[in-house]
Design a binder for this molecule. Structure first.
Ligand SMILES: [Zn+2]
Length: 57
């Protein structure tokens, strides 16, 4: 049985760009921040921000 040996090394070049901007969303007030690095906390209510890109599956 050799049905699944066409791509033994999948590459994910899209997620390896350090300069790529990500969208962070506040879970409390819904504010969105676009930055290349994690802004840390919401500029409006100071609650933790969540990276929206990582939540997409
Ligand atoms: Zn907020």
């Amino acid at each position: 049985m050799t049905a699944n040996d066409t791509s033994p090394n999948p590459t994910w070049d899209v997620a390896s760009d350090p300069d790529a901007e990500s969208i962070y969303e506040c879970l409390s007030c819904g504010a969105r921040v676009t930055d290349t690095s994690h802004p840390g906390s919401c500029p409006r209510c100071d609650d933790p921000l969540r990276n929206r890109a990582t939540s997409l599956e």
